[in-house]
Design a protein around this ligand. Structure first.
Ligand code: BJ8
Length: 422
């Protein structure tokens, strides 16, 4: 509401451009989310979070900053949130799923680049994202070429600490990654003025594990047939996980799971009996990118899992809590993170094994591979995915799309044809 205008102004937002952004969200949200029949009551909290997306949470960040705290933005699930928390900071996932400030972004970036990269640069240059403007530092990574090089430019506008993510997963890569983790500790400590101690790190690991376990509990419930929750709602929760308050979010996801367990006992599903069960895999679907999920589910299928960074890749593994001292804890943390199966790695066999395992565990009828336009790692790796799924007889549809709505009709036709076939 209007009560937040002063806050947005003090953050240096371009208020006119920001108004336009805020007007774009509600109609889409209403159409994609609020139109769903008989949603679990506990979804109310997540609706509230979206409704307050530039309000309450930003106010919380500002209060944290007013009492001397720091806010750190990230763009990749390789950046360990635990370290930022252990040093007293708040970690916010910044990657953005809407076309914003494209004209400004194109002043510093090529026209033909991944929409996720263009979007975060646009958000920064157009000054429309209060999360971005709340950040005291951003942590980047050397995953794909586009992001890696864009961080050099972003550093002109906000301090960026870049972690070198290896491209392979051998012993020597683990050694490099472990050193990068150590450097992040030093960098974050210098920013917050707080020490990462064995106690604060242990606590942070516990809290973030709690969040991941709640998400995993939700994912497990979706293995049921019928699934008690729509894939769109599942995706929404996974998106909110990136920036909401960790403890409150964990509590709310667990409350939702309690309700879903009751619904399951009552035989209530979120879809018609016999709906095809789909797993989506590929590039992240950052908030508010609901396009493909909405098309899939409004074509009569149910999405049962996201093999995405806004999905299982973010929470499928926890950090062992038995580290005895800080070095051991950082070792365990490093191992957990290097285990993530991003297409920036070569080879990326872990992702293929995961897909086969997930298809079986979630009883999927088909897999839809979605990559953002101009994303080479995922678009090329789609070939490996296709090969292994063909060997196992699992139907696959490959799509490439951006944040625009122009291709919605064409995507719907292709997705409907795929669903007919499986
Ligand atoms: S761990 S998937 S969050 S790098 S920005 S690679 S879409 S061209 S996001 Fe990612 Fe970390 Fe990997 Fe996950 Fe392609 Fe675009 Fe690059 Fe992207």
């Amino acid at each position: 509401g209007n009560g937040y205008r002063e806050m947005w102004k003090s953050l240096g937002l371009d208020l006119d451009a920001h108004d336009q952004l805020l007007q774009a969200l509600p109609p889409t949200y209403g159409e994609v989310y609020l139109s769903q029949q008989d949603r679990p009551a506990a979804m109310e909290y997540f609706d509230f979070v979206i409704n307050e997306i530039h309000g309450l949470r930003i106010q919380e960040l500002q209060e944290h900053k007013a009492s001397g705290g720091k806010v750190v933005g990230t763009f990749c699930v390789f950046v360990p949130e635990e370290i930022i928390r252990a040093a007293g900071g708040i970690c916010i996932g910044l990657c953005s799923g809407i076309d914003m400030g494209a004209a400004q972004a194109e002043k510093v970036l090529p026209r033909n680049i991944c929409p996720l990269i263009k979007s975060f640069m646009g958000f920064k240059l157009a000054k429309v994202c209060p999360y971005f403007e709340s950040c005291d530092m951003v942590v980047g990574e050397t995953t794909c070429d586009g992001k890696k090089k864009a961080f050099e430019i972003l550093n002109d506008y906000v301090p960026v600490h870049v972690m070198e993510t290896p491209q392979m997963k051998r012993e020597r890569d683990m050694v490099l990654w472990r050193e990068e983790i150590g450097d992040l500790v030093t960098g974050v400590e210098a920013l917050t003025g707080g020490d990462v101690t064995a106690d604060s790190l242990r606590q942070a690991i516990k809290e973030v594990n709690g969040k991941r376990r709640a998400l995993l509990r939700l994912a497990e419930l979706r293995k049921n047939n019928p699934s008690p929750i729509s894939g769109k709602d599942g995706l929404l929760i996974e998106q909110i996980a990136m920036y909401d308050d960790v403890e409150r979010f964990t509590l709310k996801v667990n409350e939702l799971c309690d309700e879903l367990e009751i619904r399951l006992k009552e035989g209530k599903g979120a879809h018609k009996p016999g709906a095809p069960r789909i797993i989506v895999t590929g590039t992240p679907m950052a908030v508010p990118n609901w396009k493909v999920a909405h098309i899939i589910e409004s074509s009569g299928a149910i999405i049962v899992a996201e093999e995405l960074c806004t999905g299982l890749r973010y929470f499928a593994n926890t950090v062992p809590e038995n580290g005895e001292n800080i070095e051991e804890m950082l070792d365990l943390l490093g191992k957990r993170y290097l285990n993530i199966n991003c297409a920036c790695f070569t080879p990326n066999q872990g992702r293929m094994e995961d897909l086969l395992r997930l298809a079986e565990e979630y009883k999927a009828d088909g897999i839809i591979h979605c990559s953002l336009t101009f994303c080479d790692p995922y678009a090329v790796e789609a070939n490996r995915v296709e090969k292994i799924l063909r060997e196992k007889g699992i139907p696959l549809l490959k799509i490439e799309t951006d944040y625009g709505q122009e291709d919605s009709g064409q995507l719907k036709t292709r997705i409907e044809a795929f669903l007919e076939l499986i």
